[in-house]
Design a protein around this ligand. Structure first.
Ligand code: PA5
Length: 444
């Protein structure tokens, strides 16, 4: 498979029999997932999605993307959390961080993922005088950040092109039948796409949630789905050498040995938003009941000049998972320079990817010598197919890892706490008692 878990540098931290001892629990988790009998079993739609996805809707997504590419300079995507991270992660992993500036296609900006007025004003500035469309994404239809941004964007669009044309340029991705966004979309005649009931936000990038923005970025969504479909088969096998299960077991063993933090690190900046997607996936799935590894991330070698000191020498609470991208999106030949004024001619006469690889190898040895257990997820390259494989790899490993931890990996009850406080403090009707209580705490 094009995504593999390489545990060779873990040998001095984990004995082979530790995997053997844990394996029966993996067998149980595998069975619970396959038979849909474990915790959160009503949110397992992602398991078979790469095969069972709605082909009719898939065709409509492609058609909508073609229309947006033809009639818009900019697509504004409003959504947060699971309704945001996956699409941006996949686009940047495949097309690069600067795809908006470099590729000449429709520019894609994400918003509705913050309540910052500065960020909102920047988005307004970005579409001034441009032809734009909006994709509002919210499963619940009531998420404050997204709804607040959308009311601004919709007004902006209606003012720019009139209500009738605006209705043809607003695409709503939401629940199949319920929720305010669905009702509004139906009333206005906006094209709608579905977030399936049994697919949670952090497992939703291969639904319309991710696929419409990804297709607008010019990425081959057939190849993306094919990668996920092939991964479903490969990581669906119950075997000790299933790479997703070996990664899940590694996390569980290190957690049980006292590690509390996992750092996902990649030497490709294009992976920055995949890191963010990973943190949501594992943080929301496992961080509950006062348990779970805290997912953190780095882009190296950038962060070797910031977090590198801590990882090498600080508290031994963490382990690292490196994502080793075997083939970069582009390479660059290093020419020698006359005079060798910077002393770097010893690096010349070869591709920059070789230097990056040596930096990675040097880091692996330094960190493991420093007492940091380190596993490697190898991926051939960050193209649509392989990113599809990688998404599914992380999902399957996360589900098993959550079951090994003894939590429900498919809910996120903790996310509600800040929302309730914010509503109370803003005076939302129905929250009066809580408002008084919170204000007393703030002012006390
Ligand atoms: O993973 C999740 O469920 C969350 O991150 C949600 O995706 C996020 O809160 C956005 O919710 P909604 O799509 O209902 O607006």
């Amino acid at each position: 498979m094009s995504v593999r878990f390489n545990g060779k540098h873990l040998a001095k931290f984990i004995r082979p029999e530790e995997y053997t001892t844990l394996y029966p629990q993996v067998e149980l988790a595998h069975k619970q997932l396959a038979e849909k009998t474990g915790a959160g079993n009503d949110f397992l739609g992602w398991l078979d999605l790469p095969e069972t996805y709605d082909k009719e809707e898939f065709g409509r997504i492609k058609a909508a993307a073609e229309k947006i590419k033809a009639d818009s300079d900019v697509l504004l995507v409003a959504g947060i959390g699971g309704s945001y991270l996956g699409a941006r992660a996949v686009i940047e992993a495949i097309a690069g961080q600067y795809h908006n500036e470099l590729d000449g296609g429709v520019k894609i900006y994400f918003c509705g993922n913050t309540i910052s007025p500065s960020a909102m004003n920047d988005i307004i500035g970005l579409v001034k005088g441009k032809r734009f469309s909006i994709n509002v994404i919210s499963k619940s239809g009531t998420t404050t950040e997204t709804a607040l941004a959308f009311r601004v964007l919709r007004k902006l669009l209606e003012e720019a092109v009139g209500p009738e044309e605006a209705n043809k340029r607003i695409y709503a991705t939401t629940d199949r039948a319920k929720g305010t966004l669905k009702q509004l979309a139906d009333a206005q005649g906006w094209p709608t796409f579905v977030v399936p009931d049994d697919v949670g936000g952090r497992y939703s990038v291969l639904t319309a949630v991710g696929l419409l923005p990804i297709a607008c970025a010019g990425i081959d969504i057939d190849a993306l789905m094919q990668g996920a479909a092939d991964a479903r088969k490969a990581y669906g096998t119950l075997a000790p050498d299933n790479d997703a299960y070996r990664y899940a077991m590694t996390r569980a063993i290190l957690y049980r040995k006292g590690k509390r933090v996992e750092t996902l690190a990649c030497f490709e900046p294009d992976f920055l938003m995949m890191n963010e997607w990973f943190k949501q996936l594992y943080g929301e799935s496992e961080g509950k009941d006062q348990k779970g590894l805290m997912p953190t991330s780095c882009i190296f070698s950038t962060d070797l000049h910031s977090m590198g000191q801590y990882i090498q020498d600080g508290s031994r609470i963490m382990f690292e998972t490196f994502v080793d991208v075997k083939q970069p999106r582009q390479d660059l030949f290093i020419d020698p320079i006359d005079g060798n004024f910077d002393g770097l001619n010893f690096l010349s006469g070869q591709n920059m990817s070789i230097v990056n690889r040596k930096a990675m190898e040097g880091t692996i040895l330094a960190h493991t010598d420093g007492g940091v257990p380190l596993g490697i997820i190898e991926v051939d390259k960050l193209d649509a197919y392989n990113v599809g494989v990688l998404l599914y790899f992380f999902w399957k490993a996360c589900a098993v890892s959550g079951y090994l931890l003894g939590v429900n990996p498919f809910d996120q009850p903790g996310v509600e706490s800040y929302k309730k406080n914010m509503f109370a403090l803003m005076g939302k009707p129905g929250y009066e008692d809580r408002k008084a209580e919170l204000e007393a705490k703030l002012n006390g």
